[in-house]
Ligand binder design. Structure first.
Ligand code: ADP
Ligand code: MG
Length: 239
């Protein structure tokens, strides 16, 4: 569970304006709103990528053995936030932000290694996931040799390789053509099990929002609409 209280962020102008939002475990939340409304900034504040000017974000993650563990993002050092992100969050950005010098397999394995998984095990997990996403023959290709849709599938694999409880996706298909975007989206939604996993996804696509269980609309740094709704059944991936 993710609990944001009065989150405020200014860049010359106010970008996030006293945002209150709680996201429960197992929710699939679509964040919508016009360009410049603060969607990316909100995602980055919730995930501890940027610091906020005021307000708080508390994150409760399952902790095997000791039970749920709640942390106050603003009480963490940069290093602790980095560790939290590596271990508990998966990220997918509009442009994959993959490492071009590394192969497909290495890009995905790296995320697991940063979360503390030994190399061989990370490599096996990466191979397994990439094969599941239809990239079994591309494991040794460098990112530059892939199509946009393939690169985003690598980004999806990277976001899921640690089994992170929370996935943040920022317009993950925004740079793809419509058909490829739908295919990549189906793969993402099919890959994240509804049980035990939370997804926060920024999207302009009402079809994607319909496949989530909640839609939040932002305007000028404020939440103007927040509704829960039944998630439409997901379609099968077509790869
Ligand atoms: P969205 O993702 O909804 O398009 P953003 O969160 O990216 O919106 O940006 C919201 C506003 O904050 C925009 O006016 C943008 O120019 C500004 N902004 C975002 N990031 C920065 C930054 N690092 N420095 C200065 N202004 C920024
Ligand atoms: Mg954005």
């Amino acid at each position: 569970m993710l609990n944001a209280h009065q989150v405020t962020k200014d860049y010359q102008i106010r970008v996030l304006d006293h945002i209150d939002v709680s996201i429960n475990d197992e929710e699939f939340v679509a964040i919508m709103g016009p360009s410049g409304s603060g969607k990316t900034t909100l995602l980055h504040a919730l995930a501890g990528i940027i610091t906020m000017d005021s307000g708080s974000v508390h994150i409760t993650t399952p902790h095997p053995g000791t039970g749920p563990n709640t942390v106050d993002l603003s009480s963490l050092t940069e290093k602790q936030r980095t560790a939290l992100r590596a271990g508990s969050f998966g990220f997918i950005f509009q442009q994959g932000l993959l490492v071009p010098e590394l192969t497909t397999e290495e890009n995905v394995a790296l995320a697991a290694m940063l979360a503390g998984t030994p190399r061989e095990q990370a490599s096996m997990a990466a191979t397994h996931l990439l094969s599941q996403l239809g990239l079994g023959t591309m494991l040794q290709r460098r990112i530059g040799e892939l199509s946009g849709g393939q690169a985003q599938r690598v980004a999806i694999a990277r976001s899921q390789v640690t089994g992170a409880p929370i996935t943040f996706a920022d317009e993950p298909t925004g740079a793809l053509d419509t058909a490829t975007a739908q295919e990549v989206m189906n793969l993402l939604l099919a890959l994240i099990p509804q049980q035990g996993k939370t997804l926060v996804i920024v999207t302009h696509d009402p079809n994607i929002a319909a496949q989530c269980s909640r839609t939040i609309h932002l305007l000028d740094g404020q939440i103007v609409h927040d509704s829960q709704h039944p998630a439409q059944p997901r379609q099968e991936g077509t790869h």
